[in-house]
Design a protein. Structure first.
Length: 146
């Protein structure tokens, strides 16, 4: 013998018609749209079928998800999480479109061109108009102790 769960309403009986793979109730159900329901179909004889239904209660959230929601309700934590999300998005969006290796000697040409345009086509070190060359900025990185 099965017992009904205490938090569930008792099942309701209603006549319905099964047609083309769908069950159509004889009368509209007094439920909001998109309510999940449990249907029990019992066949009493060869021509009679009994249909019982009840709305399903919403499942409680897992405890870890409740903790996350409570933490994110705090404005400072929410802003921090949003900042992390924006940071991750700016680093990961279109990642395959960029070179696998990009070093400063590849970037210096674009930076110098930008500086040249910003300085009205004059070299920032000596003021020469349309300089034929630029000073080579070499940076040495040593990985061994001095």
């Amino acid at each position: 013998m099965t017992s009904e769960p205490q938090d569930q309403p008792p099942p309701l009986r209603q006549n319905a018609i099964y047609r083309d793979g769908a069950i159509y109730p004889a009368e509209p159900l007094e439920l909001p749209n998109n309510t999940t329901i449990e249907i029990t179909i019992e066949q009493t004889d060869s021509d009679t079928v009994s249909l019982k239904w009840r709305p399903l209660a919403a499942r409680p959230l897992p405890p870890w998800l409740n903790r996350v929601i409570n933490i994110l309700k705090q404005p400072d934590t929410l802003l921090f999480a949003l900042a992390l999300l924006i940071y991750a998005a700016t680093r990961l969006i279109r990642l395959p479109d960029f070179p696998i290796y990009f070093f400063s000697d590849e970037a210096i040409q674009s930076v110098l061109a930008s500086d040249l345009i910003g300085d009205k086509f004059r070299d920032s070190s000596n003021g020469m108009l349309l300089p034929p060359y630029f000073k080579n900025y070499v940076s040495v990185i040593s990985f061994s102790p001095p």
